[in-house]
Write a protein that binds this ligand. Sequence first.
Ligand code: ADP
Ligand code: MG
Length: 246
Amino acid sequence: GADQPPVLVYENVRKMYGDFVALNGVSLQVNKGEVMCLIGPSGSGKSTLLRCTNALETLNGGRVLLDGVPLPTKESEVRKVRQRMGMVFQSFELFPHKTALDNVAMGPITVLGMPEAEARARAMKLLEKVGLASKAQNYPANLSGGQQQRVAIARALAMEPEVMLFDEPTSALDPETVGEVLNVMKKLAQEGMTMIVVTHEMSFAQRVANWVVVFENGAIMEEGPPAQIFDNPTVARTRDFLGHLG
Ligand code: ADP
Ligand code: MG
């Protein structure tokens, strides 16, 4: 409700790699249940922002707050904070020698110390949720890219994160499997999951996001509700540009 702090707040976040400014003072916030889409050309700092969210990077300025509390720097505390965020990458990185079910059950077992039977029951529910109950015993090599990515989403959800961070989750997929992954993400959004999604899928951003942020050269070029962003002629040019990439 209105009395809760935003799930994530970025205050003037600055990140440098040597002399190169990857994020040049980014301020944003994400409220509970909101879907924020980050768009913009390659190299504009989108992944860096996610890495800063995850405390994978040390900031050169500003801060990131999760539920009103600045991200910790101590490794033991950082690990706990990371458990509250589900990450989904372009490359799904499932464990090849584990079944889909065991890939999903593994986090709860090894990280949360959940009994195996309970973890597998949770994993099975999540595979049902992403439409893969019938593939529970398949190994990743016997799943399509879209199916593997749905397993990766289930695996992230198994930790019951407060926020899901997606970094171009469909960019490595065959075109025919992109839709099934976007549909799972759309369903999560409708269920009220708080999400940050880096994507080149403009129609997803247009239909699912509450807030769209356009990055350029490590800064926010434009932000607003999708209706506003996608009417903007400058953004339309970016969209055309991105279209040429994809
Ligand atoms: P995007 O995700 O928008 O494509 P990134 O956040 O990955 O962009 O990268 C932003 C810029 O920072 C790019 O120019 C990239 O080359 C640079 N960069 C990213 N990570 C590193 C790193 N570890 N060391 C040096 N430069 C980096
Ligand atoms: Mg990136």
